[in-house]
Design a protein around this ligand. Structure first.
Ligand code: SF4
Length: 313
């Protein structure tokens, strides 16, 4: 089917079925264009929960769709391509967490949102890359266990001054670790006036060269609110599409053109159309796991002093 026809069919089906399409910041431009909302994983899960739609088509990787299914009770969350899985989330297991708890008794377990639901259910807190520092700082302990991204764990340790034990020892995002200090240095030389914003999943050498380190939403905000129009952006290249769309006068430059998450790009307009047409693939999370994850999320919101979104509904 031609792109124009696909978009028309997607629009028809989402109206007929009372469905919405949520797209992560790293999705293909054409997927971002047809989405009802574009954002980071937690923002989108909260949108899924607050929406009155019957079907939520989640254009993102596995753990994101799973999290939306946990929060959007009573709605059907469809993942258009089940093989779209985050390799970093797959690096941690329940056993890793249990072993770490035994080794560091009393240390709370903080889990990055980029992890499977069964692992989140084992944690004390769940954080995003934007809330990790605040939550860790607020805990009245010197040592915490943090998974699965060792780079984010290291960044949290740098900022909070606490001992942060990474679990597993070397979990990482294969996309962000492709960005090296030399890429930033080369671009800084070429564009001396540019400001550098990078994601905390980048390695320390890259973070050290940046003017700003933040989650995807924080990076978008930084570009929007900072004077100057040239920015070197150290994250998956999909974010640059959103930055350009929302800030036509700004000139974001990718830190590395090949920083592409192939799993994110598995979701296409054809697959979104199929998802709506055939109502596939419904995401199911066992009730016991979902309840445990909800409790962990509630505890995390309370620690952050943020109103729990589902208590407002
Ligand atoms: S960019 Fe990295 S963390 Fe995000 S989904 Fe892809 S592999 Fe996972």
């Amino acid at each position: 089917m031609e792109k124009r026809d696909l978009v028309r069919e997607i629009n028809r089906l989402r109206k007929e079925l009372n469905a919405i399409v949520l797209a992560h910041n790293y999705q293909l431009p054409e997927v971002q264009d047809i989405a009802d909302y574009v954002g980071d994983s937690l923002e989108l899960s909260v949108k899924a929960m607050q929406s009155s739609a019957k079907y939520i088509v989640f254009a993102g990787v596995d753990f994101m769709a799973e999290q939306a299914a946990i929060l959007a009770r009573g709605k059907t969350v469809l993942h258009p391509e089940p093989s779209s899985k985050c390799p970093m989330a797959a690096m941690i297991t329940v056993e890793d967490v249990r072993r770490a708890r035994k080794k560091y008794p009393g240390a709370p377990v903080i889990m990055y949102v980029n992890s499977p639901a069964v692992v989140k259910a084992e944690a004390d807190y769940v954080v995003t890359s934007s809330s990790a520092i605040k939550l860790t700082s607020q805990l009245d302990v010197d040592t915490v266990i943090f998974g699965p991204d060792k780079n984010l764990a290291e960044y949290v340790a740098e900022i909070t001054g606490k001992q942060v034990i990474p679990v597993p020892e070397s979990g990482y995002c294969p996309v962000h670790v492709m960005i090296k200090p030399e890429h930033i240095l080369e671009l800084r030389e070429k564009y001396p006036e540019a400001l550098v914003t990078v994601h905390p999943e980048c390695i320390r050498g890259v973070r050290k060269l940046a003017d700003h380190v933040g989650s995807t939403s924080q990076m978008v905000k930084y570009v929007k609110e900072t004077r100057g129009n040239r920015f070197i952006v150290g994250t998956e290249v999909g974010l640059l599409y959103r930055i350009r769309r929302e800030n036509p006068s700004k000139d974001p430059i990718p830190a590395l053109d090949s920083a592409i998450c192939v799993d994110m790009k598995k979701i296409t307009l054809e697959k979104i159309y199929r998802s709506l047409r055939d109502r596939v693939y419904a995401v199911k999370v066992p009730r016991t796991i979902a309840n445990r994850v909800l409790r962990v999320l509630e505890r995390s919101y309370e620690m952050l002093g943020v109103e729990i979104p589902w208590k407002k509904c």
